[in-house]
Design a protein around this ligand. Structure first.
Ligand code: AMP
Ligand code: ZN
Length: 272
């Protein structure tokens, strides 16, 4: 799940409240390239009696295409990982500024200041923040329309950003004592670059699992990924990839079985 520490709409405490309302036993908070929401989530989860699995969703690339890697564990401050995440967040800031410059040519009411007001210090900026500002100036009705009309990867306004290769990020998550799991491997640009051989190579490097159950995956993708996970000895996870109330992805639309969560937890290496 995502919070206002990156591109989610709910604060970490509000995420906890949403999880409790849904009657789930726990959740993972995996904001993009930051662990800034974890401290608040930990306090709120403890108060609500919920099991919090900490983590981070790391921006990475395969052959230049965006691939998201989940790193489970409280790993974002580890010296192997922290500078890499900081560099990505820095590059994401520059990227949003350039993206706004391009959009403002056709949409002069869109300003970088307006977008930046949606990204408090310490927050990872992303296209969803630009989407919300596009909606606020009346250019689109909502986030989904903003992505469809203005923000799609490969579209005329799109700007990328620097991030590590997925294989390197797998190594860094392991070095930090975490558990690396490919997020939604058959969704969007990941679908184009994460073929069976590439996933096999990541498994050899120590990739631990595949997020099979995700709203972007249809039955065919899920059965392919489930088969591949069985073949490669990888864990199978699922999530709502929650970004906030009101979006299509409700809390708990896809879940990870408790024994898989425990298996992930058992593989975490406590950092001294
Ligand atoms: P970024 O990390 O800035 O490249 O933006 C990618 C994020 O935008 C993803 O984590 C998704 O949560 C979100 N996203 C991608 N495509 C869409 C879409 N079509 N509608 C709404 N949100 C999207
Ligand atoms: Zn993702």
């Amino acid at each position: 799940m995502h919070s206002t520490a990156s591109d989610g709409r709910c604060s970490p405490s509000e995420v906890v409240a949403a999880v409790a309302r849904e009657g789930l036993t726990g959740f993972a908070l995996t904001d993009h390239d930051t662990g800034a929401g974890l401290a608040e989530a930990r306090v709120a989860a403890a108060a609500a009696g919920l099991d919090l699995l900490p983590g981070v969703e790391i921006s990475t690339t395969v052959a230049g295409s965006s691939v998201h890697l989940l790193g489970y564990g409280d790993i974002t401050a580890h010296p192997a990982l922290a500078p890499v995440l900081a560099a990505t967040v820095g590059s994401r800031h520059t990227r949003v500024e350039r993206l706004v410059e391009r959009l403002a040519v056709d949409l002069p009411e869109l300003t970088y200041r307006g977008v930046l007001a949606r990204v408090p210090p310490g927050t990872t900026p992303g296209r969803p923040h630009v989407a919300d500002e596009l909606a606020a100036i009346g250019a689109v009705p909502n986030r989904d329309a903003a992505f469809a009309h203005y923000l799609a990867e490969g579209g005329p306004y799109y700007v990328g950003y620097e991030s590590p290769e997925t294989a390197e990020a797998v190594r860094l998550v392991l070095a930090a004592g975490g558990v690396p799991v490919l997020a939604h491997p058959a969704s969007r640009s990941g679908a184009e670059v994460l073929d069976d051989d590439t996933i096999g190579e990541l498994a050899e490097l120590g990739l631990a699992g595949l997020e099979v159950d995700h709203r972007d995956h249809g039955p065919t993708a899920r059965s392919r990924l489930r088969g591949l996970a069985a073949e490669l000895g990888l864990l199978v996870t699922g999530s709502s990839d929650f970004h906030g109330e009101g979006r299509a992805s409700g809390v708990g639309t896809d879940t990870t079985p408790p024994d898989t969560v425990e298996e992930i937890r058992s593989r975490l290496v406590p950092v001294a």
